[in-house]
Design a protein around this ligand. Sequence first.
Ligand code: IFM
Length: 437
Amino acid sequence: MFSFDRRDFGPDFTFGVATAAYQIEGGQGHGRGPSIWDTFSATPGNVHNGDTGLHACNHYELWPADLDLIRDGGFDAYRFSFAWPRLIPQGTGAINIEGVDFYDRLIDGMLERGIKPYATLYHWDLPSTLQDRGGWMNRDIAHWFADYATLIAQKFGDRLAATATINEPWCVAFLSHFLGVHAPGYRDLRATARAMHHVLFAHGQAIDALRAEGTKNLGIVLNLEKSEPMTQSADDIAACNFGDAAFNRWYLDGLFKGRYPKEMTEWLAPYLPENYQADMEVVSRPLDWLGINYYTRGLYRASNVPGMPVEQVKGPLELTDIGWEIYPQGLSDLLVRVSNDYTKIPLYVTENGMAEVEGEDDPRRVKYYDDHLKAVLAAREAGADVRGYFAWSLLDNYEWAEGYNKRFGLVHVDYETQQRTPKASYRSFQGLLHNTR
Ligand code: IFM
């Protein structure tokens, strides 16, 4: 059980759980087009065990039971994502009515159960046909994405409590085009620079499109880390500043200051899109809220590898099953930093959680949540306007390049039988939230 009371967060604080379409839906017939994760995962060596999202948690059929779990856990809100290729199979043009019907049922199912829908338009499953046209490297993606946003607004906008454009633009751009870990799996600096700008430009265009259709309460979800130097040497501090610029400030400065950090524009100068500065007004459109996904810190030292400005190192703290250091203080620090240095709009922790070995008794995860929720309380006491917290994730699910090997769920999933079994961490939230909605 947790060591605090729901009332400590005040009457209006939103508690929710989060998932993403490709990680749980399965249901890959039904008119859905292929996405970059279908091909990336089908390519040997990219994903642990060659796992794909073909069946995942079969949320496509089992969504009523999953929404019951959210309601019975006492959660106020469900953060889910739309699959672009399910709604517009070729990325642009014809709409898949079966896909529209699926999300109609899902959203109505939330509303019937008293659960607020928090939607994300893009959580990484780009239609493959758009990748064929250059994907995030092509400036035209801003228009493709804005058209998709218009469709979402027209079909579902009036039923959504909150809408985010993009989940974790660092992953969309850097992890997928520079580090090559996620689809489309590139390792190319020019591709990276273009994706880094286009993902934020597309976000801004989508905000305009959603607003034009009257959709309310718009935001974006950033994954931020607490960047720290390995030692206090001048070289490590400089490395940390560079890491912070690449991971955090590119997105925060772009969105809230309308400019990119100097370290990055100097590094990427030959590769950035021409006259990108003219787009910064669109990139920095006013938002109604900001989502922050937090898992761990980044520890940096100067790099000896030619062309690699910094090196990230493993620290000494306790690790989760995916190898990430457990560092709740970093969450408080980040929330306070964003509030002091960037924006006074409401902040939400839109993802936080840990991978743990298989099992339904998960005391380390209960402690992880307890410590991070206390970190949220500390940030609120320090003045950060944090309005909600979403646990990642409702279910064990497809953990991208880690396949089904890493489990983040409050609810255990047996992938053979699709049996769901709540873990101790789910029961802890239930104890905190029950009968208080
Ligand atoms: O599973 C992912 C999610 O899709 C995005 N944020 C981080 C989670 C854990 O790696």
